[in-house]
Design a protein around this ligand. Structure first.
Ligand code: GDP
Ligand code: MG
Length: 291
């Protein structure tokens, strides 16, 4: 009899290497938000892939920040360290010009006894010789790790990687029912999708000063009603989010609504409000926000 396999696979890497893209491609769902800007992902999000004989529980983590400056960034790095604790398999993601992880993280990784994969992403941007150079560099540094070269965006090498992960999963009954896709509530996804649109719409530091909370989600209406609060750390940022005559926030509302409707597969009504609150450096506020 074939035994069922199930386990936790932590995806680790610097910001912007494509961790969320990889998890989404594996799941076939735009679950974790992706933007061209670094530090889009702030919380760990599980993505659960169940097939007839295995269940992979991916853990998408924030990117490792070399020099955290505000409290949120410090907490993001702590999230990464925590995600290493309960991992059955570690996927260390890297991209063409990335260096090794810093010594404190490399030492931690080296002390862990679990299957380790180095996953070079974005090989669509590389020549085969360059891929081999990076492979040599990593296998010299971490001889126990398996090396895979992929393009999370284009799907290259993903089947091979998935098969290798399954091969190294422990024998274990499924942790989650087979129709569960994530550990997060719908309203958390809705907040994430609005945050994603903020990252895509506003320039420079604006997205990094913004956080989204769903204050109300009335589901029992023909068209569900969602009221979201965008918290920003300064009055000047509130002005930019709103824009002249409300032009920018209107655009944000339209884009966010589309993104949410696409995910939920039905129409919604979305109301956005902006409030000023210094949240990034305030431990209590961060805790309330789930960090
Ligand atoms: P994360 O911060 O590690 O979660 O990275 P994201 O998944 O948010 O991706 C960051 C950026 O890299 C986005 O603009 C992605 O479209 C892009 N990206 C992800 N995978 C690939 C890939 O295989 N090739 C290329 N060229 N870009 C990619
Ligand atoms: Mg991400």
């Amino acid at each position: 009899m074939i035994k069922f396999k199930s386990g936790f696979v932590t995806i680790l890497g610097f910001p912007n290497v494509g961790k969320s893209t990889l998890m989404n491609s594996m799941l076939g769902e735009r679950l974790s938000i992706v933007t061209p800007k670094p530090q889009t992902t702030r919380k760990r999000i599980l993505g659960i892939l169940t097939e007839s004989n295995f269940q992979i529980i991916f853990s998408d983590t924030p990117g490792y920040i070399l020099k955290p400056t505000y409290l949120l960034q410090k907490k993001m790095n702590q999230t990464i360290m925590k995600s290493l604790e309960d991992a059955d398999i570690l996927l260390m993601m890297t991209q063409p010009d990335d260096d090794f992880f810093p010594p404190e993280l490399m030492e931690k990784i080296q002390s862990l006894t679990l299957p380790k994969f180095v996953v070079l992403n974005k090989i669509d941007l590389l020549k085969p010789e360059q891929t081999s150079l990076i492979r040599n560099k990593w296998t010299t540094k971490l001889p126990e790790a398996f090396f895979y070269a992929i393009s999370a965006l284009h799907g290259t090498g993903l089947l091979e990687l998935k098969n290798a992960i399954v091969e190294h999963l422990p024998e274990h009954p499924p942790y989650y029912a087979d129709d569960v896709l994530s550990d997060r509530y719908i309203r958390e996804f809705v907040a994430e999708f609005i945050r994603e649109q903020i990252f895509l719409l506003y320039k420079q530091e604006i997205p990094y000063h913004s956080e989204v909370v769903i204050e109300e989600f009335k589901e029992d209406l023909p068209i569900p009603h969602i009221r979201a609060i965008i918290y920003v750390s300064r009055e000047s940022i509130k002005k930019i989010i709103i824009g002249e005559g409300g032009k920018s926030i209107k655009e944000l509302g339209i884009r966010s609504r589309k993104r949410i409707e696409e995910f939920l597969n039905h129409q919604i009504y979305l109301e956005l409000h902006v409030k000023v609150m210094e949240w990034r450096n305030n431990d209590k506020k961060l805790k309330q926000l789930g960090y």
